[in-house]
Design a binder for this molecule. Structure first.
Ligand code: CA
Length: 228
């Protein structure tokens, strides 16, 4: 696997161990030990993915994300402590693509990196069409979702989820299947992640998020996109 990764982590021992493991897998890894150094590294070179610790000296992960997201959608995997606000991390304000709670298994981190990079590669190829349902339009070329005339701001993961569901209207997917298809996890994903993203999507695209018209819950089974 190829790709450039920027690792922003102030725990030197962890940073070194991760750099070693990632390089063994074929990645090129740049390490920054605080948020300021991380933002500087981005001025010199654009990585394919950023692994970002949340608690950092000088500029923390929250602020780092906010600044980065003003101008860039480089995928971010956030490293968090327990009890962080997952909604906020994955939500539009910070827009991380994924998170891992410390301590984590390096294999799991690798699986998530590969899934994100694989999806980014697939997204580049693009399918040439727009999906329309009621007022909702999903433009699969431009990666834009509009409701009537209004463009809906989505995180890259929210877009990946709605474009997948909308491309397969009427098909019911379990949380595990969505983790596999949209997140690309082959094992032990956290089903809560799916629910959080569905909730965010509904808040953005549904008139009545509690009574959704587009993304429907199939009790005991999972979710589906409304059939035409
Ligand atoms: Ca830290």
């Amino acid at each position: 696997m190829h790709g450039k990764i920027l690792l922003v982590e102030d725990e030197k021992t962890l940073a070194k161990a991760l750099k070693f493991s990632l390089e063994k897998e074929g990645f090129k890894v740049e390490v920054a030990y605080d948020g300021e150094e991380g933002l500087k590294a981005l001025e010199l070179e654009t990585p394919d993915l950023i692994i970002l610790d949340l608690m950092l000296p000088k500029i923390d992960g929250y602020e780092f994300c906010r600044r980065l997201r003003r101008s860039s959608d480089i995928p971010i995997i956030m490293l968090t402590a327990r009890n962080e606000d997952i909604d906020k991390i994955l939500g539009l304000e910070l827009g991380a693509d994924d998170y891992l709670t410390k301590p984590f298994n390096t294999r799991e981190l690798l699986a998530r990196i590969k899934a994100i990079l694989r999806r980014a590669g697939q997204a580049d190829q693009g399918t040439k069409k727009t999906i329309r349902m009621g007022n909702l339009q999903v433009d699969l070329i431009r990666h834009r979702v509009t409701l009537g005339d209004r463009e809906i701001p989505l995180t890259s993961r929210e877009y990946a989820l709605i474009s997948f569901l909308a491309s397969n209207p009427g098909r019911v997917y379990s949380r595990e299947q969505l983790l596999e298809q949209v997140w690309g996890y082959d094992f032990c994903g956290d089903a809560r992640t799916v629910d959080v993203h569905i909730r965010h999507l509904r808040e953005k695209i549904e008139e009545e998020p509690a009574e959704p018209r587009y993304i429907l819950t199939v009790w005991g089974a999972g979710y589906k996109f409304k059939e035409a």
